[in-house]
Write a protein that binds this ligand. Structure first.
Ligand SMILES: [Zn+2]
Length: 162
């Protein structure tokens, strides 16, 4: 039995397009579940921790990175209000003590696993983010091109580095 060429080509085109589209969707889904919220969450968490640190240690906002890093790495917790849990996108977590360990490490950082390993053993590591790089920015992730401003808003910036 000979299948007409046109049908074969049609079926192939369909499969290729379908596979490509599915792959694209899967990749988009993977990115949105694994990477994008990760850094968004981290940057928002850092904003909350910074606010907490500047009140706790009575220093001007934004507090120095050292203070924030010590706070985050020590696993110290913050009581989430309905406002802060809403800001972080944590539904139903208000009134809960939450720690922000690992918030200074981006999943896109090429040394992600090494830094996580160092952090978990309380060894010094270099945070993934640029801290207070300019007058209006609290922290900037060069890997995601995402910044959290001093007022807590997130801002996408171009110039994504690999
Ligand atoms: Zn990032």
């Amino acid at each position: 039995m000979r299948v007409p060429v046109a049908i074969t080509i049609g079926v192939c085109l369909f499969l290729v397009t379908f596979g490509f589209k599915t792959g694209q969707h899967l990749f988009g889904w993977w990115r949105s579940t694994h990477i994008e919220p990760y850094c968004e969450y981290n940057l928002k968490a850092l904003w909350i921790v910074s606010r907490k640190c500047s009140v706790k240690y009575r220093v001007q906002f934004p507090p120095p990175l050292k203070l924030v890093q010590d706070f985050v790495d020590s696993g110290e917790t913050i009581l989430l209000t309905s406002r802060t849990s809403g800001y972080l996108g944590l539904v139903g977590r208000e009134g809960m003590q939450t720690d922000f360990r690992g918030s200074l490490i981006c999943a896109r950082d090429p040394n992600y696993s090494l830094k996580i390993a160092k952090m978990s053993q309380n060894l010094p590591y270099e945070p993934s983010y640029l801290w207070h790089p300019d007058a209006r920015t609290l922290a900037y992730c060069p890997y995601c091109g995402l910044a959290v401003l001093l007022d807590g808003k997130l801002e996408r910036r171009g110039a994504m580095k690999p």
